[in-house]
Design a protein around this ligand. Structure first.
Ligand code: MN
Length: 626
């Protein structure tokens, strides 16, 4: 219907294909769990800048969270540092609409200020999507990007289900153009788009809209190169690739391959192969440093066409499962994902819906009963707080999650009060000097707990050098001191050095200890005062009980999976009813409520906020009233 306004544009474009490089964002997000540090980007950044990419994607997505959660890096500083050495090529970031770079809907004032500062620091183009393709969730970020002088690339999340087809995606593209997109992105975050579907979709889209079409896909099923070739034949304007040593599998296809395929053809991007090779060599070495973050799930896996888990999610899911010591359940979790997705009305799986569905599927498998534990995010999703899904939601599960409540029908962010002032006051109370910087306030508004830890870490200046265990272990864990000391036994002195520890088994936890230079494996029985945290540190139960009793009574409240206590909802001597929430636990970045299963009185509490907890430990003791 809208084709009439652009008849002149119907012929496939013969301009050289434009290429965006994703190595510094999606490439490492998809292959090494977003761990690439700025210090490993800077030495090669100048060369990447010389290639002639249409843009460099280097921010957004999971990079913000990962920088403060794992890397002890200020994400805002990354833009500034890279900009200094990459002045030529536009910077692009990925933004989750009203979710920004987080997992929930933020208030409009946070969205506006975040985008303002991102552009001010050097972001040129913002790719904006909503996980549910709910256009209402894009409004504020579109408006803010245009207001502060950025370019909007509206993105539609591509997915496959009986509720999705190409005509519908073309219609979405039209709406994105109408809302002010300067280019429209087909975001195929799981690599589901087949070459022939791509040809059809792009042909139709070219006839329907005037702005450039940008295709983003992943090579998980190894179709991506052919998908790009067919898309290029149909006239797509821009495609996403990564440098070969950070490409393929769950990442984007290699830029070198595309360049070679198009050599001498009308759409040849004419990139400098020698320079590309230099960059590829650099990342061959750098990638080795991040070996521990490579999972078994970053290679080619055509099963993605069934499970529909996006690139970054697969490797993160594997990492999360290994932290839960349950990597062997990966297959069951992957099979549970499509079932949960159907219950949820077939949302495209992309952050945050991929995390919500993925974590719920993990809980459904690990707890041994579907929806026995329902995360707060699942609850909010089923309440409509993330927007509207295109397929119908399983009403039984919705009822189980939100009871008799009705789902909302307005734009979700309309229900979120302004948050920035509140965040500033909270941060001021905790860290006054830190709160004077608006970027810190935004960081805090996005991830309060993680941000606080990050700021405190940073201010305790002397960046603690963690001990890197050199032994082969499932998940290496740096140790808290003392790791080296002398002991005297029967008058003889031995030099002891703790190398690291492994995962606990039935006989306890193996410790790897050097005694006078000889390696010994020592089994330590499980009642330890230290437990490894999700981040691989070892935290003592500071302020809490050193040992928690094992679950023996019906009123003993424990956690369904290893995690951290976010909130203790009861006090000793409180009267509680069966089903009442007593704790909020965070595991795998999602929060879950923990309930008491009996009526009674809170007799004892063995945890406080921030404590790391494990199943089978009593966290709260509830006893029947006498
Ligand atoms: Mn992607």
């Amino acid at each position: 219907m809208a084709a009439s306004k652009n008849d002149a544009k119907k012929k496939p474009s013969v301009a050289p294909i434009q290429i965006m490089d994703t190595t510094l964002r999606d490439g490492h997000q998809s292959l090494i769990a977003t761990r690439l540090k700025t210090e490993d980007m800077l030495p090669i950044a100048g060369k990447i800048d010389q290639i002639g990419y249409s843009a460099i994607e280097m921010w957004g997505g999971a990079t913000f969270d990962a920088a403060i959660r794992y890397l002890n890096e200020d994400p805002w500083e990354r833009i500034r540092q890279l900009k200094k050495v990459m002045p030529k090529t536009p910077f692009q970031m990925l933004l989750r609409g009203q979710n920004l770079v987080g997992y929930r809907h933020y208030a409009d004032d946070v969205v506006e200020r975040f985008i303002d500062r991102a552009i001010l620091n050097g972001i040129d183009i913002i790719r904006i999507f909503d996980a549910l393709n709910d256009m209402r969730n894009l409004k504020t970020s579109f408006r803010a990007t245009l207001k502060y002088g950025g370019k909007v690339e509206g993105a539609l999340c591509y997915t496959v289900s009986r509720f999705h087809n190409n005509d519908l995606f073309v219609d979405l593209a039209r709406r994105l153009e109408d809302m002010g997109s300067e280019s429209v992105c087909i975001k195929d975050m799981a690599g589901l788009l087949s070459p022939y579907d791509a040809f059809d979709l792009i042909t139709k889209m070219k006839a329907a809209i005037n702005v450039p079409i940008h295709l983003h896909t992943h090579d998980t099923s190894a179709m991506a190169v052919s998908t790009y070739v067919k898309a290029i034949e149909a006239g797509v304007d821009i495609i996403d690739t990564a440098i070969s040593s950070m490409a393929s599998g769950t990442s984007q296809p290699p830029v070198e391959t595309i360049t070679r395929i198009l050599q001498g053809e009308p759409r040849d991007p004419k990139l400098d192969m020698n320079l590309l090779t230099e960059i590829a060599d650099y990342f061959v070495d750098v990638r080795k440093k991040y070996k521990e973050f490579e999972s078994d799930y970053t290679g080619v896996d055509p099963r993605v066409l069934t499970y529909q888990i996006p690139g970054g999610m697969t490797s993160n899911l594997a990492l999360q499962l290994s932290e839960q010591n349950a990597l062997d359940r990966m297959k069951e979790v992957l099979e549970e994902v499509p079932k949960v997705r159907e219950d949820f009305g077939f949302p495209p799986l992309v952050t945050p819906s991929s995390q919500i569905v993925g974590t719920q599927a993990t809980l459904n498998v690990l707890t041994g009963e579907r929806y026995k534990v329902i995360t707060t995010e699942t609850k909010n999703y089923l309440k409509g707080l993330y927007g509207k899904s295109w397929g119908p939601i399983n009403e039984d599960i919705q009822k189980k999650a939100i009871g008799g409540e009705a789902a909302i029908t307005c734009r979700p962010a309309d229900l979120v009060d302004p948050e920035l002032e509140k965040a500033k006051k909270e941060l001021e109370k905790e860290l006054k000097s830190v709160s004077k910087n608006i970027e810190n306030v935004i960081t805090y508004a996005l991830f309060p707990q993680v941000a606080l830890d990050f700021f405190k870490n940073k201010s305790s200046a002397a960046k603690k050098k963690t001990v890197e265990p050199k032994l082969a272990m499932e998940a290496p864990v740096p140790l808290l001191a003392p790791s080296e000391y002398n002991i005297k036994v029967h008058g003889e002195t031995f030099q002891v050095k703790v190398g690291g520890m492994g995962h606990p088994g039935e006989e306890g936890r193996p410790y790897f200890i050097y005694i006078d230079g000889h390696l010994e494996e020592v089994m330590v029985d499980s009642q330890l005062e230290v437990v490894p945290s999700a981040e691989g540190r070892i935290d003592s139960h500071a302020g809490g009980r050193s040992t928690r009793p094992k679950v023996t009574h019906e009123g003993d409240v424990t956690t369904p999976m290893p995690g951290a206590v976010v909130n203790v909802k009861v006090r000793p001597k409180d009267k509680v009813k069966a089903g009442q929430v007593v704790l909020i636990i965070e595991a795998m970045k999602m929060q879950s409520e923990v309930h008491t299963s009996i009526d009674g009185i809170v007799k004892d509490i063995y945890v406080q906020e921030g404590d790391k907890v494990n199943p089978d430990e009593v966290l709260v003791e509830v006893r029947p009233e006498k």
